[in-house]
Structures are given as structure tokens and as C-alpha cells.
Design a protein around this ligand. Structure first.
Ligand SMILES: *[C@@H]1O[C@H](CO)[C@@H](O)[C@H](O)[C@H]1NC(C)=O
Ligand SMILES: *[C@@H]1O[C@H](CO)[C@@H](O)[C@H](O)[C@H]1NC(C)=O
Ligand SMILES: [Zn+2]
Length: 989
């Protein structure tokens, strides 16, 4: 052993040659050389094999994030992140050649806080020398199919901010690292480019796509991730890793692995160096044949590996030594410790041209019957809760700024937005909002969000108390969707504060559970507001169980100012008219001044939709169906449907009922047709008087399983629109992509799953169109969807499955809860609009933002103090319709972070797809803006310091380089789909 070690040291000094490395010591501070400068030298005339030691640490999956951190519940899965970081740091110190990358700041941040200052110093030095390198660096590695861009940007921002503040420029990741997410969204690539990353690596892509790319040597490519932003703004170099994110076969040296260690004592019987080296060289040479350069990468690690890092490093040291020793005998293979950024730098130096990709990497299949399209919908209640929580967090952030310091410490105690920020960041993980975690972990994510919201409610209450000069108790009703709110159910007189987080005024329909039969409602100016009382539906009574007892709902329309609130007053009247009654038969028509909806009187189903302004009409029927989930006992494959995988047993879904029993309520505020399909499926088709959209409020569950069949429930809209096998879905809530049935833009698809292989993620909207008509559906959460027949759009709403799908989670997706022990009931809304295609975005862009950032209603019992300020807007004026206020949050004592977004694509609106200018100094009504500095999208680098690698696409698409300047320091121009991020120095007026 001793002699082996000596050889090793000599060799190491040799390799280190030109690279300055310092053993860690507490004394003299060596010069900083992190990033690209700290990479080991490579050999231009050899095949260079970059070994990247790494661990993949899920921020919750089979265990909760806390259990993973501490290594608790190792009976479920042996994994303890604290030990991984302890062990890796020890091993990095032992040999300056060694490298490690770390990814998930949610874990690193906890660990860092618990270290002594001496250990922190040591780690800082490892980072400064590029021996420990952060990649990705967000709070987690977000899911790409089910996340909304605003929450992704937020989670990246908090992780990267911690790294910058702790380590400075050496802590800034150069590479995005999405090795595990199950398919890759174009909007993620666009965001990464705008966050300043030089490249992205990932592990999973469709098996047919991979085979094609291996043949064409296109596993490394240039992703042009926006059709609106001027290249190279959204260009991102993208590399597909050779073995997912695992080591090559036979070379896993973790404590979890069984591969033989390198036994290098020739005196012992089991000497295997020659065999190991031979196997390694064969793998390396083989891998090199499917990549373009004389550099290849090998990921040496996997899930929660390196808890005992000595095992890995001891063997890697030897592997490098023995493989390179053969160079003396003419071998042309050079192995080195490396990182993704060092590998990327070599690809960049190669100065090649790269295949250009403009679509995305959905859906992902790892075999012919194994499409990972189920998780687009899995755990629909958690997906909705995550989306609502995002809205609540944005409101909390805004009010923390607008209310000033009193928001954090005020009449209602001490509150904070941090708890919610972290809970939301954790929820973006690729086993969180994706729905692919165990049930107890899903419960933990939801619990964290609820706890975050508790902390935020104090901020909101304090802030609103300050802004309105009223510290009356403020009541939150989080269950209004099922008509539960103890205050409104019993109070005779109360006020409703409607806070609107959008930068434009909003019209919103309020529905409050009540027990009286007549109310009067007035607005902040004392004007009386048309209101109606309608009976609570049977479906709502069923789903709320014993949580509330209202028999009626009070319905009225409110209007709230931009980034502000207004107050409505409600009082019970003794003498009012009786509540609206329901009629058992459907009318054939409901309509308002914008839309007309007809129903088939025989079936009770929708039959047509008209836009009365544009004078267009389509045939539209809608019904619910379910796919019978495969149980895996099947000729073609043994793959069952599960949390990840969607695999229906048959391509024809089962109907639930050909007809719906209906009841109708028609009032001056709202008209609704309540449809009853089965004890577990109902819907309200709802048209508010002032609305341009038709609401379909669906309620599904408990999905029956007494027939022992797993069910995947869809709603399907069948229309007369001539779609020619094409439909459209959004990417992470932003740009829209075209989808064509049984088709992939970059390879010849062999379709083996006619339904599951045509499903795509819908984050906020989907549409179908022809030359005349566009039907857009805005969703309230991420869901999977497809267009299987021409003119048809289906959206998967709920899944209840009886088998695990063999991707590790080890549980069937069969959700129950204490309120729903017989199976979860889920409720949601689809908002439909019918427009001419050239103007459709003018409707769906603002509409989708209203759903994401819906107004927050809070309640105060009794009379309000007479000097209460009844209306407030934080803006001097509403922002133009094209501009979305994406972020307004406190950064430090006197600075706030602001993101302004142009929310239209360059091609989609005649009116709105134009550059638009905003004056930062004239933005706020209560804040003076004293200074502004522009940042990258993730706010961890100043915009003028951003410089990224240039990459040349193969196809000769010369980007149009429109240079562009703002008119002045305060005037900010946004072009279509552009997001600009500013740190503002502000003072409360
Ligand atoms: C890269 O290649 C181009 C054209 O092939 C050439 O003009 C350029 O000088 C090269 N750059 C470097 C740094 O080698
Ligand atoms: C990064 O952190 C340092 C403090 O460590 C701070 O001075 C600098 O402004 C930060 N950079 C950005 C872009 O926020
Ligand atoms: Zn993972």
C-alpha cells in the first residue's frame, strides 16, 4: 500500500504541473483561481476523459427534505446529505487534484450554517481554488414540466444569492445541471441563458431521440430557446450526458455499489489493475465515437452517493494514475478530475458548429410503452396548492415592500416572507410539484407551504393595517373554493379587502358562503353593487364535508386597482328578495354581452360557443372520460401506469355518462348550469355578466376503484375547429409551442403509445385553432393534455392508480386524506375563450396572469374605523397591458428587487407585441426610486458584467442583431418576452 501511495504522489505532482494548487491551510491566503482558470490541463492530441465526481441529492422524494439532510429514516432509503458534505470536504483536502461539484443549495445552506468558522474557511478556500464547484446552484433542481416560470426564477434567485453572498464570484455557477428532470422545457433553457449560464447538461431524453443523436453525433447542441428574444439572448449550449448521471458500468465505487475496487498490490491474488484499465479504455473509446470532440465526460456518482467519499476518491485516484501511466507506452487516453464547466470550456475551445434546436424535450419515454407523461397531472391538489402559494407569496413580497418595515414587525406581531420563499423553492423540486414523491413527502411539502403562508399572513396583515390605517383583526379564508369561511357564514356585517397583485386593474367575481337570503354590497365609494344570492350546490356540500354550513353563496363582481386594494362592504338585509332558485331543466342558452353558450336539451351537455363581439361560433361539446390505467399484465410490456408513467390499457377512454343531469341558476350577476355526471364527477358551466371567458369548474373524486381498475380522468372538448393534428401548449407558463400528433420536429418518431405518446405538459394554457377560430383554455394548475382527434382538446384532471410504475417511488398513486379517506376529491377551473387567432393572445395573456396572481380576499367583521383608507394603489398608474410586474420583493434594508416582463411573444398580437417603455421613477406611488442597477435574470450578477460563451449553430441562421438602448437611465424598454431585473434603491414617501 505504502509504495502505491508514493507513486501516486509523484504522479500527481506531475499532472498538476501548470495548475497552481495549494494544500488547504488556515494561514496564507493563496491567489484565487476558481472557475475556468482552475481546470486541470488537458492534452490536445489525446482523448481526454473528464471524470466528474458528483452526488444527486433530491430535495425530498422517498423521504422529506429534512430526513434526507440528517440521514433520518434510513429504513426507507439510506441517504444523509450532511454526512456527504462532511465526507467530501475531508476527501478534497487530502488531495488538491480532486474535484467535486455541488448542486442543491437547499442542502448546502443548512450544512454551511452548522459548520465551525474554521471549516467554513476551509470550504471557502476549496471553492476559491475551484476544487469544490457549485453547478446549477438554485435552491433545488426544479421540475421542468409542471413548474411555472415565476416560481422557478424565485427558487434560482434565493439559491444563487446565498452562493454569491457566501463565496462571491467563485460561488457563481457557470453551468446549469438538470441531470434528473423527466423531460426538458424550452422555457427552462431560455431562463438559464438569461441567468448567465454558459451551458446546460442533462441526463434524460427520449430513447429514440438519444439513438438518433448518437448516430448523428448531436448529443451536444445549441438550443435556441425563444422565438421572440434576439439571439443569442436565449441560446444555450446543451449537452446530453452519456449514462444519465451514473458512472459507466463497472465503475461505481460508492458504498452503495458492488463493483470491484481497484486491487493494485501485485503480491496479492486479486490484482485487477490491467483488467480495470482495459475495461475503462474500451468504454472511453466507445463513448468517444458518439461525441464530436476529443473530450468526453463521465459522471462519477449518483443518488445520495459520497456519504463515505473515501471509497470513490481512493479508487478514482488510482484509476487516473493507472490509465495515464499507459501514456508512456503510447496510450492516447488522458483521464482527469474535472467539472462540467471544465468540460464545457474544452468544447468551447474546440470552436465547432453545433446542431440547432428550437423545440423542446417533451414528452420523455425511456422505452416503447414507458412515456413519462402521467406526472404532468399527478397529485392535482398539490399542484394547485403550489400555484396558489406562488400567488400568495408574490402578494406577501409586494406588501412587505409597500408596507415598509412595519410589515415585518407590526400590530399583528412578527412575520416574514422567507419561510414561504423557502417552502416554495423546495416545492419546485423535480419530485415535489411533479407529484412523484411518496405520500408522506407530499404531505410535508404542503405542510411547509401552509406554514410559510402563516408567516406571510402576519406580513400581509401588518402591511394592510399600515396602508389602510386600521388594525382591525383580519381574517383569511383559504377554503372559499369549497364555500367555507366561518366569518361570512355567520356575520351580519363585514368588509372584504380585495388586494390585486397585478400591475393592471382587475375585475373579479367574488363568491362568499353565507346563510342569509339577502345582502347589500357597496364599494369603497359608497356605491351599491349588484349582488345575488344563489344556493350552494350539492357537489360543493359534498366536497366541503363538515367544514362549513353555508346554504347560500353571495356573488358579486369587484374591481380592484393595480398593485393595491379596495374594500367592499357587505351587510345582511332582512327585507331583500329571496335567493335565486335553481331550475331543474337546462335552458338551451346562457349568454352575456360577450359570449353565448348553448346546451343540448336532451343530453345537458354543452353544444356551442359564440363570441358575440367577433360574431364567431363553434360547435363545442364537452364531457368527462377515463382511461383504464394499465396494470402491467399485458402482452406488449409489463409497464403499469403510475406516478410518473401514463399508460392506458386502451386508446379509447370510457365515458362516465352520456348525459348530465342539470340545474340552472340565472341571475343578473352570474348564470350557471350545474351538471351532474356521476356521484364522483360534476361541473358548473359558469358565465359572469362582465366576463369574456366561460368558466368550467370541475369536481372529480373520489375516483372509484371498487372495480380494481386504476383511472385517469380527462375532460375533453370536441369542436368544429379544423386543427389538422396540431395543437399548442405553453412552456412553463410563458412561450407557446406547437405540437403535432405522432410527430417530433427533430427525428422520425416511431409512435408506440398513441395516447400517452401524444401528451404534453400544460402549465397555464393550451389552444386549438384554424384560420377562423381559436379556442384557448387557461388552466389553474399544471396538467397534461393532448389533441387526439381533429378539433379536440383533452386535459387530464385526476389520476388514481393501483400499481407502482417501477421508477423508484415504490407506491401506487392512490391519494387519500383525513377529510377524504375514500379517495381525494379535486376541484379546479378551466377558463375558455373563443377569439380570432390574431387577437387571441390579447385575451389569454392577461387572463392567465389573473389566474396565477388572483386577488387575495381578506375579511374584517363589523364596521370599519371611520378613518380607514378604503382604496390604495402602489402604482402611479396601471402599467401598459403588455407589461407584467413579475417580481417586487424586499432585497435588503433599503433595496427592492423588481422584475418587469413583456408578456407577449413577438408574433402573437398586433396591438401588444411591440416594444414598450416604462419609467422606473414614475412607477410607484409611495416609493421614491433613488437608484437602479440592472441584473441578470437570477439577480446574482450585474447585467453589464455578464459575458457568456459564444456558440455557433450549424445551420446558417444569422441572428438579426438589433442593438438597442434605453432612452435614459430611468426609461426601460421591454421587447416581446423580455424580462428585466433591477435592484432599486428606494425610500418610502
Ligand atoms: C474558430 O473558427 C472560425 C472559423 O472556422 C475561425 O475563423 C476562428 O478564427 C476560430 N477561432 C478560434 C479561436 O480558433
Ligand atoms: C454578490 O455578493 C457581494 C457580497 O458578497 C455583493 O457585494 C454583491 O453586490 C453581490 N452581487 C450581486 C450581483 O448581487
Ligand atoms: Zn432527482
Amino acid at each position: 500500500m505504502a509504495s502505491g501511495l508514493q507513486q501516486l504522489c509523484v504522479f500527481l505532482l506531475f499532472v498538476v504541473g501548470e495548475v497552481l494548487s495549494f494544500p488547504v491551510n488556515q494561514g496564507a491566503k493563496p491567489a484565487v483561481s476558481c472557475g475556468y482558470e482552475s481546470c486541470h490541463a488537458t492534452k490536445p492530441d489525446m482523448l481526454n476523459v473528464h471524470l466528474v465526481p458528483h452526488t444527486h441529492d433530491d430535495v425530498g422524494w422517498l423521504k422529506t427534505v429534512d430526513q434526507y439532510y440528517y440521514g433520518d429514516r434510513n429504513d426507507i432509503q439510506h441517504a444523509g446529505v450532511q454526512y456527504i458534505l462532511d465526507s467530501v470536504v475531508d476527501q478534497l483536502i487530502k488531495n488538491p487534484d480532486r474535484r467535486f461539484i455541488y448542486v442543491e443549495t437547499a442542502f448546502f445552506y443548512r450544512w454551511w450554517k452548522q459548520q465551525s468558522s474554521a471549516t467554513q474557511q476551509t470550504v471557502k478556500q476549496l471553492v476559491d481554488e475551484g476544487r469544490l464547484e457549485f453547478v446549477n446552484g438554485g435552491w433545488c433542481m426544479s421540475d421542468e414540466a409542471t413548474t411555472h416560470y415565476s416560481a422557478v426564477i424565485d427558487q434560482m434567485t434565493i439559491g444563487l444569492r446565498f452562493l454569491n453572498e457566501t463565496f462571491g464570484p467563485c460561488g457563481r455557477p457557470r453551468v446549469a445541471w438538470h441531470i434528473d428532470p423527466f423531460g426538458h422545457a424550452r422555457e427552462h433553457a431560455s431562463m438559464f441563458a438569461q441567468m448567465g449560464y454558459d451551458g446546460l447538461f442533462f441526463g434524460r431524453l427520449d430513447y429514440q431521440d438519444r439513438a438518433h443523436r448518437m448516430r448523428e453525433k448531436e448529443q451536444e447542441l445549441l438550443w435556441r430557446a425563444s422565438d421572440s428574444l434576439t439571439p443569442p439572448m436565449a441560446d444555450l449550449f446543451t449537452g446530453i450526458l452519456p449514462n444519465g448521471y451514473n458512472p459507466p458500468e463497472g465503475f461505481c465505487w460508492d458504498q452503495f455499489c458492488d463493483d470491484p475496487p481497484i486491487r493494485d498490490d501485485p503480491d496479492l491474488e486479486d490484482y485487477n489493475v490491467d483488467d480495470v484499465v482495459k475495461r475503462f479504455l474500451a468504454i472511453a473509446k466507445n463513448q468517444a465515437t458518439v461525441y464530436k470532440t476529443n473530450h468526453i465526460i463521465m459522471t462519477m456518482g449518483s443518488d445520495f452517493q459520497y456519504e463515505n467519499a473515501n471509497l470513490w476518491y481512493k479508487n478514482l485516484d488510482k484509476l487516473i494514475h493507472y490509465v495515464n501511466a499507459l501514456q508512456a507506452k503510447g496510450s492516447k487516453v488522458n483521464v482527469l478530475y474535472s467539472t462540467p464547466s471544465c468540460y464545457l470550456q474544452e468544447l468551447h475551445r474546440a470552436n465547432l458548429t453545433w446542431a440547432l434546436k428550437t423545440d423542446d424535450f417533451f414528452p420523455y419515454a425511456d422505452d416503447a410503452h414507458d412515456f413519462w407523461t402521467g406526472y404532468f397531472t399527478s397529485r392535482p391538489a398539490l399542484k394547485r396548492y403550489e400555484r396558489i402559494s406562488n400567488g400568495n407569496l408574490q402578494i406577501c413580497n409586494q406588501l412587505e415592500v409597500l408596507g415598509g418595515p412595519v410589515s415585518r414587525k407590526g400590530p399583528f406581531g412578527e412575520g416574514d416572507s422567507q419561510t414561504m420563499k423557502k417552502a416554495m423553492a423546495v416545492a419546485q423540486h423535480h419530485d415535489a410539484v411533479s407529484g412523484t414523491e411518496k405520500q408522506h413527502v407530499a404531505n410535508d411539502y404542503a405542510r411547509k407551504l401552509a406554514e410559510g403562508w402563516q408567516h406571510c399572513q402576519v406580513v400581509v396583515s401588518n402591511s394592510l393595517a399600515g396602508l389602510s390605517s386600521s388594525s382591525a383583526e383580519r381574517i383569511y379564508c383559504d377554503n372559499l373554493n369549497v364555500s367555507v369561511c366561518p366569518l361570512t357564514e355567520s356575520s351580519k356585517k363585514f368588509s372584504v379587502n380585495v388586494y390585486n397583485p397585478l400591475a393592471q386593474p382587475v375585475n373579479w367575481a367574488v363568491r362568499l358562503p353565507v346563510n342569509g337570503t339577502a345582502y347589500s354590497v357597496s364599494d369603497a365609494k359608497g356605491r351599491s353593487v349588484d349582488c345575488q344570492v344563489v344556493p350552494v350546490s350539492r357537489a360543493t356540500q359534498n366536497v366541503r364535508r363538515n367544514r362549513g354550513f353555508a346554504v347560500n353563496e353571495l356573488v358579486f363582481q369587484v374591481q380592484a386597482p393595480p398593485l393595491g386594494y379596495t374594500i367592499y362592504f357587505v351587510s345582511l338585509r332582512q327585507d331583500g328578495p329571496p335567493p335565486a332558485s335553481t331550475q331543474p331543466r337546462p335552458p338551451t342558452v346562457i349568454k352575456n354581452k360577450f359570449l353565448q353558450v348553448t346546451f343540448d336539451p336532451d343530453t345537458g351537455l354543452l353544444s356551442s360557443l359564440s363570441n358575440l363581439e367577433t360574431k364567431q361560433t363553434i360547435k363545442l361539446t364537452q364531457n368527462f372520460y377515463w382511461y383504464n390505467a394499465s396494470d402491467g399484465k399485458n402482452m406488449d410490456s409489463s409497464q403499469p401506469s403510475g406516478a410518473y408513467i401514463f399508460r392506458p390499457n386502451s386508446s379509447t377512454p370510457f365515458g362516465i355518462s352520456r348525459t348530465a343531469k342539470t340545474e340552472t341558476v340565472q341571475t343578473s350577476v352570474v348564470q350557471e348550469v350545474r351538471q351532474w355526471f356521476a356521484p364522483w364527477v360534476s361541473q358548473v358551466v359558469r358565465l359572469y355578466t362582465d366576463s369574456r371567458t366561460l368558466e368550467l369548474e370541475w369536481t372529480v373524486g373520489p375516483v372509484p376503484i371498487d372495480d380494481h381498475l386504476g383511472k385517469e380522468v380527462i375532460t375533453r372538448l370536441d369542436t368544429s375547429i379544423k386543427t389538422s393534428e396540431i395543437f399548442y401548449t405553453d412552456s412553463n407558463g410563458r412561450e407557446v409551442l406547437q405540437r403535432r400528433k405522432d410527430f417530433r420536429p427533430t427525428w422520425q418518431l416511431k409512435q408506440s403509445e398513441p395516447i400517452a405518446g401524444n401528451y404534453y405538459p400544460i402549465n397555464s394554457r393550451a389552444f386549438i385553432k384554424d384560420d377562423e377560430d381559436q379556442l384557448t383554455v387557461v388552466t389553474d394548475r399544471s396538467q397534461g393534455g393532448a389533441s387526439i382527434q381533429n378539433g379536440s382538446l383533452e386535459i387530464m384532471l385526476h389520476r388514481r392508480l393501483l400499481y407502482d410504475d417501477f421508477r423508484g417511488v415504490g407506491e401506487p398513486l392512490n391519494e387519500i386524506s383525513s377529510i377524504f379517506p375514500e379517495g381525494l376529491v379535486v376541484r379546479g377551473r378551466l377558463l375558455l375563450s373563443l377569439d380570432r387567432p390574431p387577437t387571441a393572445a390579447d385575451t389569454h395573456r392577461p387572463l392567465a396572469q389573473q389566474v396565477v396572481l388572483q386577488p387575495l380576499l381578506t375579511f374584517t367583521d363589523g364596521e370599519l374605523n371611520s378613518n380607514t383608507r378604503l382604496e390604495f394603489s402602489g402604482l402611479q398608474a396601471a402599467l401598459p397591458p403588455a407589461v407584467h410586474l413579475l417580481t417586487l420583493t424586499q432585497w435588503d434594508k433599503d433595496k427592492v428587487l423588481l422584475r418587469l416582463e413583456h408578456q407577449f411573444q413577438s408574433w402573437e398580437s398586433k396591438r401588444n407585441s411591440k416594444p414598450v417603455t416604462v419609467n422606473l421613477q414614475k412607477l410607484f406611488s409611495t416609493l421614491d426610486v433613488l437608484g437602479a442597477s440592472e441584473l441578470n435574470l437570477s439577480a446574482n450578477q450585474w447585467k453589464d458584467e455578464m459575458s457568456r460563451f459564444d456558440w455557433t449553430p450549424q445551420t446558417d441562421e444569422k441572428p438579426l442583431l438589433k442593438t438597442f438602448e434605453d432612452h435614459s437611465d430611468w426609461e426601460v424598454t421591454l421587447r416581446p418576452m423580455e424580462i428585466r431585473t433591477f435592484l432599486l434603491r428606494v425610500r418610502l414617501r
